[in-house]
Design a protein around this ligand. Structure first.
Ligand code: ADP
Ligand code: ZN
Length: 706
């Protein structure tokens, strides 16, 4: 493990292992199998990369997507490791060369697809090679119950039969209990320890609204993500193209991606998304599996995904770097109808049932009035706080209303008109519209005609949507979307139960995760832009995506800490030896060009920095408090925190005279000796003549965090 820590520090540039990384690595080093469930961005790769480096032989990584192997290999190469991949897009010559490297044990890691791994040629090559481990990435692909089922994954059990002594590690970011069991079964991982991490992605802000207008999407992007990279998912190719064109007209860099585009265009668009800053990809679900881009700042759904698993995986592509990101979704009645129709069009009855139940769970998430995150995590079998504070329902709780009467009208209208009509027509009856169809059917004679004038068309549609989502109503697609009642509807219709529904959302919740730059202060913006430009230039020289050089997180830390030497530079997370060597000087030169007052070389919160900025100008805590409309004690709190972190010196607080400092320090010590740690005792000891805030500042120096 000592070696593992060294590699973590020197090669990857990180201080400590996260989650259970250390235990997992230890297992593999001890020749044991492991099963790892970690959310996207949790750090799964290190779990096999580090043991592959330490153990003799090459680590074989099985991964379903060939398109992204290149980037993974590039990233490892930049770290000074020896890695390769094999896929059918390579020339024969290249493939032979990699195979040669494999045989002569020159590689740390080799990425291959399961199809390739199962080929006789490959198996025989592996027989002749020294192998350190097998890593099976995206392991949920073995599961038929899961949503990414791949036949070839099921054959991977032969690894165990053929190479019984080589440790295997299966990794996935999406697996409910049932999928987990299937992975263990199919891959024969009965002896593996299972490592389950929380699936929570606290940096993702969830927002779901029942509006489908493009205007809302535009507002969302403009307000929160005008320069950011994002993914927008649509259900159809047509909608993908329309949306991409429309966003382009609005001045964004939006590119389409779907299976109908020719391969060259598709690859080109994906490449631009990965290699340029601030590109928006508008895509069908054909896009995204294995996308490792860490700085995707938002994922928007313009249509409902098929299941919670799909929603979770797609939204999970946002914010892999741990910085704030948004998952935004707008859905409507039409989506729900379309998906239901698609499911009923399938021919396998068992599959239909699974799909229906998955869609129902997703709709329940959409219609919930409680915390989205709680609901999501509960679905994956995880307990969490009932309120996360970072989703739309937590931030502006939706109102519910007693919809018993209205629902009865809606159900009754279906019943009275013979359970043969769709929502549009039913709504017309409720509103008492006059038209030929109604007259011809004599539906202006039934008791529900015109009894719904107190609500609008949209409100009735919302009621029908929720009643369908809650299972009171079913849809008959063979009869052009006619609604009919389920057994569940009866007690409601008879007035035996009450029903509360969610109020239609009027406007989308204002708050979102906001800009990733929120981690930056105003004083950092210029430097950050310069560093980003430098990174972009280097990435072009090297032919790799910018994040392969450095992640945003690393650049942000650089702007906050302003390293003044290569040694300080090397302490920043994400800068290992190789990268320090290669890029350190160039970035250092830029940092030095943007001089800053020493007070601002800190990693304290934004509000503390605002206080420091004002204090530097006025040197008076009361003035700062007045300007910021905060209490004096809050300002002193900020100052004392800055002292504690040695960002400013106690002597720089002009309100405190040197002679006083001595006296206050003595008072603090004397009180502490008497067993009185609190500031109140000190305050009294000093005859109530010294402000609490000042006592805090003096105490802060005694507690400095070095
Ligand atoms: P996953 O495959 O689980 O989605 P990755 O392996 O791509 O996640 O890791 C996500 C990000 O977190 C990467 O940028 C990685 O370098 C970083 N990371 C992983 N482990 C650590 C760690 N121990 N300390 C700091 N950063 C880490
Ligand atoms: Zn919440």
């Amino acid at each position: 493990m000592k070696e593992a820590y060294q590699i973590l520090n020197k090669t990857f540039g990180y201080q400590d292992f996260r989650h259970q990384q250390a235990d997992i690595i230890q297992d593999i080093l001890n020749n044991k199998d492991a099963m790892v469930l970690m959310p996207t961005g949790g750090g799964k790769s290190l779990c096999y990369q580090i043991p592959a480096i330490i153990r003799p032989g090459v680590g074989i990584v099985v991964s379903p997507l060939i398109a992204l192997m290149q980037d993974q290999v590039d990233a490892l190469t930049q770290l000074g490791l020896s890695a390769g991949y094999l896929n059918s897009n390579q020339s024969n010559e290249t493939q032979r060369a990699i195979e040669q490297q494999l045989l002569s044990n020159e590689l740390d890691l080799l990425y291959i697809t399961p199809e390739r791994l199962m080929s006789n040629r490959m198996l025989s090559l592996l027989n002749q090679s020294s192998i350190s481990l097998f890593a099976i990435d995206e392991a949920h692909c073995v599961s038929q119950w899961g949503h990414d089922f791949r036949k070839e994954y099921q054959q991977l059990s032969i690894l165990h039969e053929r190479f019984p002594d080589i440790p295997r590690i299966a990794l996935t970011a999406t697996a409910d209990e049932r999928t987990r069991q299937e992975i263990i079964q199919q891959l024969d991982l009965h002896n593996a320890k299972t490592y389950i991490n929380s699936f929570d992605r606290p940096n993702i802000h969830y927002q779901i609204s029942d509006q489908t207008g493009k205007a809302d999407l535009l507002k969302f992007i403009k307000n929160s993500h005008s320069d950011d990279a994002g993914i927008i998912y649509c259900l159809s190719r047509k909608r993908v193209e329309e949306t991409a064109d429309w966003l382009t007209e609005q001045g964004f860099n939006a590119l389409p991606y779907h299976a109908g585009l020719n391969q060259h265009v598709r690859e080109q668009n994906q490449k631009r998304f990965l290699r340029e800053d601030g590109i928006i990809i508008v895509a069908t679900i054909a896009f995204g599996m294995g996308i490792d881009k860490p700085d995707v700042r938002f994922v928007a759904h313009l249509n409902l995904p098929k299941s919670i698993e799909a929603y979770y995986q797609e939204t999970g592509r946002a914010g892999r770097d741990g910085l704030p990101a948004d998952a935004w979704m707008a859905y409507g009645l039409k989506d729900m109808m379309l998906l239901k129709q698609m499911i009923q069009g399938g021919d396998n009855e068992m599959q239909q049932r699974v799909s229906h139940s998955k869609l129902d769970s997703l709709m329940a998430l959409c219609e919930t009035t409680s915390c989205r995150r709680y609901h999501l995590l509960e679905y994956f079998g995880e307990d969490s706080k009932e309120k996360c504070g970072n989703c739309d329902t937590c931030i502006s709780p939706p109102e519910s209303w007693d919809a018993t009467e209205a629902s009865r009208k809606a159900l009754s209208c279906i019943y009275r008109s013979g359970q043969r009509f769709g929502i549009g027509y039913l709504t017309d009856i409720l509103l008492g519209k006059v038209n030929d169809r109604i007259t011809k059917n004599a539906h202006d004679q039934i008791t529900t005609y015109g009894i719904g004038k107190d609500l609008s068309v949209n409100e009735w549609k919302g009621i029908y949507r929720q009643l369908i989502a809650m299972g009171y109503i079913n849809i008959n697609f063979e009869q052009y979307g006619a609604l009919y009642l389920t057994d569940k509807a009866r007690p409601l219709l008879r007035g035996e139960i009450e029903l509360k529904l969610r109020k239609q959302s009027k406007k989308s919740a204002k708050k979102s995760a906001g800009k990733q730059k929120s981690a930056l202060r105003d004083v950092d913006e210029e430097l950050f832009e310069a560093l980003r430009q430098c990174r972009l230039d280097l990435s072009k020289d090297e032919g790799v995506p910018p994040y392969v050089i450095f992640h945003d997180k690393t650049l942000i830390e650089m702007t906050r800490k302003r390293p003044s030497s290569l040694i300080e530079m090397g302490k920043i997370a994400g800068i290992g030896e190789k990268k320090l060597d290669k890029f350190g000087q160039q970035f250092l030169t830029i940092v030095k060009q943007f001089d800053i007052h020493p007070w601002f070389k800190n990693e304290l919160s934004e509000t503390i920095n605002s206080t420091l900025e004002l204090y530097l100008k006025n040197l008076n805590a009361q003035d700062v408090a007045d300007t910021r409309e905060l209490s004096l004690s809050t300002i002193y709190n900020h100052l004392s925190t800055a002292i504690k972190h040695e960002v400013i010196k106690l002597e720089e607080i002009t309100e405190i005279k040197d002679t006083d400092i001595k006296q206050i320090e003595q008072a603090i010590e004397l009180c502490a000796e008497g067993g009185q740690e609190g500031s109140k005792a000190v305050f009294e000891f000093l005859n109530e003549e010294v402000e609490y805030g000042i006592i805090h500042c003096v105490r802060a120096r005694l507690d400095t965090i070095v």
